[in-house]
Ligand binder design. Structure first.
Ligand code: PLP
Length: 410
């Protein structure tokens, strides 16, 4: 057996990198040249080098040069131009349905609130107990505000809500189903088209949170007949800390749904400054206040790169990276009692792998000290997040070996 046959050898990882058609893109990210191992691109993506230049140019030319004229020239339409680009490259959405808005949390509120208001005779919302806290908390608030009942789905630790579970939970009283496409803890990929169909058969609307899939797992919102979606841009879309979220409202709902935060930027005639609110007939009605233009610049840079690479190729690399991480976990960590709590079937797994061991909280802290950066999620889970375009196979290998050493030392 030569070094190439040993999964854990530098030669094996180098061969995987040599065979990776997207490997060249890694150099476009700030910090990729350092030995630091970044396993948290699913939480905050690395910046592109071109973003530094783009931000500088924005300050000196677009903002500094055009000043207030920038609104007429570009910025008023920016949330929709970027929404359309996102729709084309990442979301599988035709133009006029996606937009950049507030934070994911605020957009969840606005779209969920609009959805339940559109089904006033129905009193329940279906969601799962393992969704990201903000998704659950926002719906708790809406339930209190609108006197609705939350119908909770319990999920397995290494999975997420299944079509069967949703089918059992929905009924004639369901107004809305809210789920994540990729579960933030386990990386489970929900069957969006099947679950959407089940919800529609019950007469409910669906709201999908794409925070952990956008930019990593292909999405086909129009084909899947999704009603509403939201998602982050600072994870696999590399928009930077606090970059604004995106929303999607299917064409057929655009002129119908009414969102609760009616601000001037969502009005039919923004500069009429009229006495009362008249919502825009199109997707603009989901805006509230002045859109965060600076926060969209880095996302635009990343979208251009994703379009160049192609989402199918990005997904293929993502699968190869997580397959390699799982194989290394089986080889190096299983003997130490570490369990993989993500789906083993790559077709059911998003862009990260969660590893469970009682010492993972401590191990994560120790790894950060050594410039190996995963993150920790209760209970006892260390997430290995592998952003496809900025992560190399050798980075995966080095991180997993460091992880083995820390777990073994305990
Ligand atoms: C990251 C994430 C969020 C974050 O919401 P913010 O408003 O940006 O803080 C929300 N939902 C899910 C599922 C996430 O993964």
């Amino acid at each position: 057996m030569g070094p190439m046959d040993d999964l854990t050898s530098p030669e094996h990882a180098a061969a995987l990198d040599a065979g990776d058609a997207l490997a060249g893109h890694r150099d476009r990210f700030v910090g990729a040249e350092t030995p630091l191992v970044y396993f948290d691109g699913n939480s905050l993506g690395r910046p592109l080098r071109s973003t530094a230049e783009r931000l500088g140019r924005f300050v000196t030319q677009e903002w500094g040069g055009r000043l207030i004229r920038g609104w007429d020239e570009q910025w008023m339409s920016q949330p929709f131009r970027l929404g359309d680009a996102l729709g084309r490259t990442v979301l599988g959405a035709a133009p006029g349905q996606a937009f950049i808005g507030d934070s994911t949390t605020v957009l969840l509120y606005k779209l969920a609130r609009a959805a339940v208001a559109a089904r006033p005779e129905r009193r329940e919302v279906v969601l799962d107990r393992d969704n990201f806290p903000t998704d659950r908390f926002v719906l708790e608030g809406i339930a209190r505000e609108c006197d609705l009942t939350l119908r909770w789905i319990d999920v397995e630790p290494d999975a997420g809500a299944t079509t069967e579970q949703v089918a059992a939970a929905v009924g004639p009283d369901t107004a809305l189903v809210l789920l994540s496409h990729v579960a933030y803890r386990s990386a489970w990929i929900a069957d969006v088209p099947a679950i959407t169909r089940v919800a529609h058969e019950a007469g409910a609307l669906v709201l999908w949170d794409l925070s952990h899939s956008a930019g990593s797992v292909p999405v086909r919102l129009d084909d899947w007949e999704v009603d509403l979606a939201v998602g982050c841009t600072y994870k696999y879309l590399n928009g930077g800390p606090g970059s604004p979220a995106f929303g999607y409202v299917a064409d057929r709902h655009l002129g119908v749904l009414a969102q609760p935060v009616q601000g001037w930027m969502g009005a039919a005639d923004v500069f009429a400054m009229g006495p009362t609110y008249e919502p825009a007939p199109d997707v603009r009605r989901f805006l509230s206040g002045t859109p965060p233009i600076v926060g969209m610049l880095a996302v635009e840079e990343m979208l251009a790169l994703l379009e160049e690479a192609g989402m199918d190729a990005v997904r293929a690399k993502s699968v190869a990276l997580t397959d390699y991480a799982v194989a290394l976990a089986d080889r190096l960590l299983a003997p130490l009692g570490v369990c993989v709590v993500s789906p083993r079937d790559s077709s059911l797994r998003g862009g990260h792998v969660t590893l469970q061991h009682p010492r993972m909280r401590q191990v994560t802290a120790e790894l950060w000290e050594a410039d190996v950066i995963p993150d920790y999620r209760d209970p006892d889970g260390l997430r290995v997040g592998l952003s496809p375009l900025s992560t190399s196979f050798d980075e995966v290998r080095r991180g997993m070996v460091a992880l083995r050493d820390r777990v073994a030392a305990g």
